[in-house]
Write a protein that binds this ligand. Structure first.
Ligand SMILES: [Zn+2]
Ligand SMILES: [Zn+2]
Length: 164
């Protein structure tokens, strides 16, 4: 599922569709310690571009649900503890195992992770590509002055990829 689909499904399963307009999330290129993070203060969710690139679809879905459940619990039970029974129940309601830690581990000895960037297309979440691919696109002059790549399309929505 796409990130937006998991968000919607998790909210729906918890009778929290009223929170749809309040969900704010963004890709974080510097976050490497965890796949996702919910900030109760700003009410914003961050997802790690690097770790999402290494994770399976199931791990990605679980992470999105994990953070959305934090947001739901924060609204429905403001005094609940972060990974308490309220959060676990919200995860189970949405059909996910309430495991606290994501299984995509950061290997600190590994060489520098491949940098990834998000190009825009018709999909809500855009299209994640590696730094190497972006460099090749630029060398070949695939982007026009407006940042539109007329040589490559998103495999999902078939729209041209855009740098901005
Ligand atoms: Zn958590
Ligand atoms: Zn697309």
């Amino acid at each position: 599922m796409s990130i937006s689909e998991v968000i919607h499904q998790t909210l729906a399963a918890n009778n929290a569709l009223d929170l749809v307009p309040l969900v704010k999330w963004e890709w974080n290129t510097r976050l490497t310690s965890t796949m996702g993070r919910y900030h109760p203060g700003t009410k914003k969710i961050d997802f790690s571009v690097v770790l999402f690139g290494r994770a399976t679809q199931a791990e990605q879905d679980n992470t999105v649900a994990h953070e959305v459940c934090h947001m739901i619990v924060r609204h429905q039970f403001p005094h609940a503890s972060a990974h308490g029974w309220e959060w676990k129940r919200a995860m189970r309601n949405a059909g996910y195992e309430p495991t606290r830690c994501h299984s995509v581990k950061v290997d600190r000895r590994a060489r520098k992770p491949t940098k990834r960037y998000r190009l825009l297309c018709g999909c809500a979440d855009g299209c994640i590509v590696t730094q190497n691919l972006i460099t090749r696109m630029r060398k070949r002059g695939e982007f026009d002055a407006n940042g539109v790549n007329h040589f490559r399309r998103c495999r999902t929505c078939r729209q041209s990829l855009r740098a901005k």
